[in-house]
Design a protein around this ligand. Structure first.
Ligand code: MBD
Ligand code: FE
Length: 304
């Protein structure tokens, strides 16, 4: 069976391109790449890949598409067979569409939640261009074969999503928390992985107005996370979840609003994917709710 190997790229649409350029470089430290003749988009870089995030301007401030990598053209062909077998509609992308994504092979489909989804092989690697962060960093981003980070995506039917991502994409995971919600009720988020990053995708939180709730990106150095936190605070960027340590991936992280209104979770020190699934009823410490209304109204701290 062919398996997805990483969350390789995402496309987002934004209404305020300048705010996003400033935010991505000066707050997060991503590298801005602008290609001649492509005035409707710019790229954000994290490692040696040509890009990890495509930012489409004049859009509606949501996720546009998600790109999942497979190892090779051989694996992409096997993936086509798996999609057909599972009865999932997909389309083999044209040469022009492959060129647009800077990959050599591409399938287009939607996941069970209706999220535009792409499976690709053989991305363009800018081996001769060192990654150059948008602001000084002590370290770099955790990317490479762990992919760009993780996301929470909207799914109406988490069980259907789990079956899709595990049985068709070859990922693994499960429900990893039972958390009280402030208005009563319980959230049971699901987490799935495809490499050493403890999760590349999560879903199963209620009330998501957008396709994306948050994107997580990790730094290799604690000081880069601390500096990002300082910059967020000094610029009065709304924080939804305070600094804290997750029980599942053990990462230190905090969540703040991007210029599009959905959240960015910046993190450090996530652990490698454990072999067996387990669930938690609270995070280790911190992660108290601060700003409400960002779709992360979850009690992750047992002290309240
Ligand atoms: C995460 O990255 C996360 O976003 C949540 C809600 C719980 C555990 C890890
Ligand atoms: Fe997260």
């Amino acid at each position: 069976m062919a398996e997805i190997t990483e969350l390789g790229y995402i496309g987002i649409s934004v209404s305020d391109a300048q705010a996003w350029k400033t935010y991505a470089t000066e707050v997060v430290g991503l590298e801005l790449v602008e290609e001649p003749g492509e005035s409707d988009r710019f790229y954000l870089r994290m490692d040696e890949m040509h890009h990890r995030i495509v930012v489409h301007t004049n859009g509606n401030d949501d996720l546009e598409y998600v790109g999942w990598r497979v190892t090779s053209p051989k694996a992409l062909k096997a993936m086509q067979a798996q999609l057909t077998e599972a009865g999932v509609d997909f389309r083999v992308a044209s040469d022009a569409e492959c060129r647009e994504r800077h990959v050599l092979g591409l399938l287009k489909l939607t996941d069970p939640g209706g999220n535009p989804t792409e499976i690709y092989c053989t991305p363009r690697v800018e081996a001769d261009r060192a990654f150059h962060p948008g602001r000084p960093l002590w370290g770099k981003f955790i990317a490479g074969s762990q992919g760009l980070g993780h996301m929470i995506l909207r799914q109406e039917d988490p069980q259907a999503a789990y079956d899709f991502y595990t049985e068709v994409f070859g990922m693994d995971g499960g429900i990893e928390y039972k958390l009280p919600m402030p208005g009563g009720g319980e959230a049971t988020p699901w987490f799935v992985h495809c490499n050493n990053r403890q999760h590349s995708l999560a879903f199963g939180i209620p009330n998501m107005p957008k396709r994306i709730n948050h994107l997580n990106i990790e730094y290799t150095e604690l000081d880069d996370l601390g500096k990002a936190h300082d910059i967020v605070r000094h610029r009065d960027i709304p924080v939804a979840i305070k600094m804290g340590k997750h029980a599942n991936d053990k990462a230190l992280s905090f969540y703040h609003a991007t210029p599009s209104g959905w959240l960015m979770e910046l993190g450090w020190n996530g652990r490698e994917t454990p072999r067996q699934e387990e669930y938690y009823v609270a995070d280790i410490w911190g992660h108290e709710m601060e700003g409400k209304g960002y779709g992360m109204d979850l009690e992750m701290n047992r002290e309240g």
